[in-house]
Design a protein around this ligand. Sequence first.
Ligand SMILES: [Fe+2]
Length: 389
Amino acid sequence: MGELNNTEFMSKTTVYTGSGSLKFLSTTLEKFEDGNILVVTDKGIEASGILNKVINSLEGVSTEKHIFNDVKPNPSVTATNAIYELYKDKGIKKIVAVGGGSVIDTAKALAVLFTNGGSISDYFGFDLYQNQPLPVFAIPTTVGTGSEGGHAAVITEDDKELKTKKLVFGEALFPKAAILDGDLLLGMPSSLVSTTGMDALTHAIEGYVSRNGSILTDALNLHAVKVIGEAILEAVADTTNVSAMNKMVQASASTGIGMSNGGLGLVHGISHAIGAQFDAPHGIVNAILLPYVLEYNWISNPKKFADIAQALRVNTWGMSVEDAAKAGVKRVKELTLEVGIPAKLNDIGIEKSSIDVLTDIAFNDELYMNANPRNATRKDIYTILSKAL
Ligand SMILES: [Fe+2]
């Protein structure tokens, strides 16, 4: 139970919220050691015009700015090391990440490499670097990564025969600042709100029922369930809805701080296996898996699953705790369809022949297995995957 756990709660990120909060970027950067800035982003963000807005906001910052605009989804060891090689002699002292989880995680990984050298695979684990990483400043452009509030970078180990996702953790990897400016997100593709918003909901729910949580992480996660439940449909329907977009990006960051401190569960264990093997989009995979894992997990803590139902505005009046818990799971399944996520893994090209290897990877991923509220056997994971196919 969360309230009985011995936990350490860390959050080392200054968070700026609300429309127009991009204005805080330049003054925040100036508080740190002088030196060149590397802005890390992807082609989509550049094409959307968001990158220009960020660069324009840095007009008064006199140091040299370099831009890497080609981060790919599910960043790999090879890709991350290659970016480091490109910029290692450029006098970079600060990294600004403008993008989703792949961009922010790449920025954190580069922050370690710039001061420690080597390959990013040398740092898989907790606090394995000798020198303090460079400061990272995160500007999320999706509503689901949570990485802007956390101290982990997820990198695919693509240089091994069996591709898996590994994590670089570090106390110094909390971004120095996260700028949650809803205005930057206005007009983003609706499908991206669906997939990343459902990723945030997954973080919130997995975090709330995690074995490693506390009352503090419960607060961050359960309220995020409520806010996402209120805002996601409006945000998907109209991505220029300023209020809904600000709610979504703040709820997402809330789950990021929550997951850094309380962990995640089996949805992420399985989805990281799928992401590494198939280079599949993280948000979609999570959203497809979420109802199936919840159907399996709810018996571990019916009261907490009933809380989730209420946070999602399910009318549980007169229901037993168990019925309320099941009604919450049903609501999550409906929500997935309402935001337009495919119902089955098959719909995104995952085939039955891969279930064995995916099961093995997920079963051996202790990080998520240990936090999941129900003790899952290999057979349980196989069954969940079979249903989700
Ligand atoms: Fe996630």
